[in-house]
Unconditional design. Structure first.
Length: 530
């Protein structure tokens, strides 16, 4: 039985008096109890198609074609008819729960609002329903979490709350828009298992939107591949994976970071090393704010990174990966030894550290969040030159043009703003901003996690080439073990602040010693939850 039917859907957006097409003639069905995956790169029209199902697009959208849910036409439907379907029959899980959940309201209040609005329950009945939902989605000690705000939960917990919100009113169709993109591999596997179990237990249908084909293989019955607003190939999941017909589908399936980094020169000098580095944050309580305990973020971390070498730091959220990197950069306090190019920098003041800042740079996970929307690309990339100075005999725009060319960007675009670029291009801008200072150590904090698989491959290749050309030392933080394997010479595995395993990357990937590392590998390469 067909639950959702999309027929010849077209969507365009009015901008400056013209219509920009986003979706062109898309048609597909979702049957009762079935999971259909919409896959493709960013900008292919996946999310626009999904939002069209219950008319959630902005006012400047023009929609044509037909979308029927249980025989009810949704295109052009009245607002009361749409409200009756939204949240009740069709629910959404969005990519980023931190922006989808209200930061000012507790988890209980947000769930209460949805349940009271759609089910008419009140008082104790609502609270009982909420606890039941949170238990159902795997939130431990659900009752104690009712008063928590979104920022007090981990990424996996926030995503589980989003699932609870989506399931609160027993929908027939769940639309999941990139629900696991920013999660650790272990949490990702848990969320996928949870969604699959819930789908089976309540007979729910699902439209699953993703750019990660590894996930599709685990969860979908049928696949629709989208490119430039059109479906270029569709069919049963096994058939698409085993015998893809369209060149674009073949390209998506082959897009995976592969190969190994270039060998480190035997005489490569040590760029940075730490010895028993400890980062504990005090917990203050009482009127006098006495220290009553510590958050032990990192315990006794010892590492060494040479020129031309990449050390991959892996582990779940909260394991201490980013905290370790920030301490090495002397951006937070720590105990223990930190040496850069043989000199102890742990005791240096911020003023004494300033001349070294150009040699130690960082690239963050979210390029859109780390680039100022009010500055042009040229201003963003050249910002560090205002502090650290220009290279002799060069002017600012020439240096920006040169580094843009090195990272694969057209220098003619330097006067544009970040919102005019794709996610992959924005990450290249962030890399250019760091590289223009010619650093010796580059900290890469989840630089590929939010990118399409094809763009990930390009960024990994770019980082490899820059490392060989300039002898860069990389501290590479990631939860994507496939990217870590393609880029790292050595790997450090962290769990709850402790280094549980460290050594040669090939040895750790082929013969992990600890139970935790084995579980991480299983989650990354076999999709099993831990």
């Amino acid at each position: 039985m067909t639950l959702l039917r999309v027929k010849n859907l077209t969507v365009g957006f009015r901008q400056d008096g013209a219509i920009s097409p986003a979706v062109r003639g898309v048609s597909f069905d979702v049957n009762k109890g079935e999971t259909v995956a919409l896959v493709g790169e960013s900008g292919s029209g996946k999310s626009v198609t999904a939002l069209s199902t219950v008319q959630l697009l902005d006012d400047n959208a023009q929609i044509g074609g037909s979308i029927t849910y249980n025989g009810l036409e949704m295109v052009g439907a009245s607002e009361p008819d749409l409200r009756a379907v939204r949240g009740n029959d069709i629910s959404f899980i969005f990519q980023e729960p931190m922006t989808s959940l209200n930061p000012l309201h507790t988890i209980e209040r947000q769930l209460t609002e949805s349940i009271e609005l759609h089910q008419g329950l009140r008082g104790a009945a609502v609270r009982d329903k909420i606890i039941q939902l949170l238990n159902q989605v795997g939130i431990r000690d659900a009752e104690s979490r009712l008063g928590a705000y979104p920022h007090q939960l981990s990424g996996g917990q926030r995503q589980r709350v989003m699932i609870a919100l989506a399931l609160a009113n027993g929908p027939e169709l769940l639309i999941a828009d990139e629900p696991t993109t920013a999660l650790d591999v272990t949490i990702q596997a848990q969320i996928l298992d949870l969604v699959a179990d819930l789908k089976r237990s309540v007979g729910m249908s699902m439209l699953f939107i993703t750019h990660d084909l590894t996930i599709v293989r685990k969860i979908a019955d049928r696949v629709c591949v989208m490119k430039d607003g059109e479906i270029v190939e569709t069919g049963p999941t096994a058939e698409i994976f085993e015998n893809p017909q369209h060149p674009y589908t073949q390209m998506l399936l082959s897009a995976e970071s592969a190969g190994l980094p270039a060998p480190v020169p035997v005489d490569a000098p040590v760029m940075v090393e730490t010895d028993q580095l400890k980062i504990w944050f005090p917990i203050h309580a009482g009127l006098l704010k006495r220290t009553v305990g510590h958050v032990k973020a990192v315990n006794d971390a010892t590492l060494q990174v040479r020129a031309g070498e990449t050390v991959g730091v892996v582990g779940e959220s909260g394991s201490g990966k980013t905290t370790l990197a920030l301490a090495i950069m002397r951006l937070i306090s720590s105990e223990g030894r930190i040496a850069f190019q043989g000199s102890d920098i742990h005791a240096l003041t911020q003023k004494q550290m300033r001349p070294l800042r150009g040699d130690i740079q960082i690239v963050f996970q979210d390029p859109y969040g780390s680039l100022s929307p009010r500055m042009t690309v040229a201003e963003i990339i050249a910002e560090g030159l205002s502090i650290h100075g220009l290279a002799p005999g060069k002017n600012r725009r020439d240096m920006v043009a040169e580094i843009m060319g090195e990272v694969g960007l057209d220098a003619s675009m330097m006067d544009r703003y970040p919102h005019e670029f794709s996610g992959g291009q924005r990450q290249r801008i962030a890399i250019a901003r760091a590289m223009i200072l010619r650093p010796k150590l580059l900290v890469l904090d989840e630089p590929t996690s939010a990118l399409d698989m094809t763009v990930q491959v390009q960024i990994v290749e770019l980082l490899r080439n820059l490392q060989v050309k300039y002898g860069l030392a990389y501290l590479f933080i990631s939860h994507d073990l496939k990217v870590v394997r393609a880029l790292s010479h050595k790997v450090m595995v962290m769990k709850q602040g402790d280094v549980v395993e460290a050594g040669d990357a090939a040895e750790i990937f082929e013969n992990p010693k600890t139970t935790y590392t084995c579980a991480l590998m299983a989650a990354a390469f076999e999709g099993r939850a831990i």
